[in-house]
Ligand binder design. Structure first.
Ligand code: NAD
Length: 344
């Protein structure tokens, strides 16, 4: 894969150089603007970072990545160290893809962009919830067959519903404010209680949240405790009229259990912006190659399931912040400073 070089005028050959992996055309303008304002060269490529592509970083001072495929291999981190690189900066929030132990062992400061725009994901959640409760997926499926009947399309009104948020951090808080503004009752399960949400939500335990919510939306990080947090047991506790939203990380929901719950009408429907096994699928045009993910095939055929290809983050404001915050962090670290976004 060719590396595209980008630097401002009049800079010397020995200037600091950063390599950005997996750059999309829509990120170009923000990168050019940052380069123009900083005496640093930023080169870009379009490949994911990993064992096959780590060698591209040789000769660079800093590395910025953005991907959903995991990077477990210790060798990758050893190579970065051997190249003299001191950091690994993600221009996304979730850093579960990084082997933090291996990064730390090789002296790499790992940073993320903790809040590029909490509104971006929460506004997608709003769109997904409205599509689900208004049965727009079912209506579209009928329209495709010239069936314009109303049976089964009666909807509840959002102000009469209870929205349950599992994990109200940056994104979950933004979700809470949106649904509260629309008049819904908002309840939260989170070990951390935020005083600033006192007028917006009531804190409850997870069991109460699952059994009383009309919409359950998860916004926790992916970790040992939250992997398959939404399993068969949790789904069984939900109301048969309730909807599940996952715009956090795929493995938080046990996909097989979700399919069974949908088939058995244990819950009414679901919206997934992220799904187990999405790496190599979401974000790619796979129309010409077989998509080998049976669960995704099953779910996308269900009219009461909304699938979006991990686009929660993808707004204009968020893209610019991801570029600016990540490159500012690399600059800070290379100049000997400490980033406020270090995660290891
Ligand atoms: P955050 O760290 O600000 O908030 C997470 C919250 O979850 C915290 O309040 C924490 O106390 C709580 N929490 C942790 N474990 C919990 C548990 N077991 N039960 C209940 N609450 C728990 O994180 P954030 O920035 O709000 O991001 C939330 C999620 O959204 C992450 O998984 C992130 O990867 C994902 N995300 C998705 C997209 C997308 O495009 N769909 C974009 C950005 C982030």
């Amino acid at each position: 894969e060719p590396i595209e070089k980008c630097w401002a005028n009049n800079l010397e050959a020995n200037m600091t150089k950063i390599l950005m992996y997996t750059v999309r055309p829509d990120e170009r303008a923000a990168i050019d603007a940052w380069v123009a304002a900083n005496d640093i060269q930023v080169d870009t490529n379009t490949v994911e970072f990993g064992p096959d592509t780590v060698d591209l970083a040789k000769g660079y001072d800093g590395v910025v990545i953005q991907q959903h495929g995991a990077i477990p291999d210790e060798m990758v981190y050893q190579k970065l160290k051997a190249f003299g690189i001191k950091q690994l900066t993600l221009r996304i929030t979730g850093y579960d893809i990084v082997n933090l132990d291996a990064a730390t062992a090789n002296g790499l400061v790992v940073t993320n962009v903790p809040a590029y725009s909490p509104r971006s994901v929460s506004e997608l959640v709003l769109a997904q919830v409205m599509r689900l409760i208004r049965h727009l997926g079912e209506a579209s499926a009928r329209e495709a067959k010239d069936d314009y009947s109303w049976a089964g399309l009666e909807a509840p009104e959002i102000h009469n519903l209870t929205v349950g948020i599992i994990g109200a951090g940056k994104i979950g808080s933004a979700v809470a404010r949106i649904f509260r503004a629309l008049g819904a009752t908002v309840i939260v399960s989170d070990p951390v209680k935020r005083p600033e949400l006192a007028d917006t939500v009531s804190y409850v335990d997870l069991n109460t949240l699952l059994t009383t919510s009309d919409v359950v939306t998860v916004h926790t990080p992916l970790d040992g405790l939250t992997t398959h947090l939404i399993d068969a047991d949790a789904l069984r506790k939900m109301k048969p009229t309730a909807y599940l939203i996952n715009a956090a990380r795929g493995p938080i929901v046990d996909t097989e259990a979700l399919i069974k719950a949908l088939n058995d009408h244990t819950i009414a429907g679901a919206a997934l912006d992220t799904i187990e096994g999405e790496a190599g699928i979401f974000g790619e045009d796979r129309s010409q190659t077989l998509v080998d993910n049976q669960a995704l095939e099953t779910l996308k055929a269900m009219p009461n399931v909304e699938i979006s290809p991990h686009i929660g983050f993808y707004t204009d404001a968020a893209v610019k912040n991801m570029i600016d915050i990540s490159l500012d962090d690399v600059k800070t670290i290379l100049e000997g400073g400490k980033s406020a976004h270090q995660v290891n």
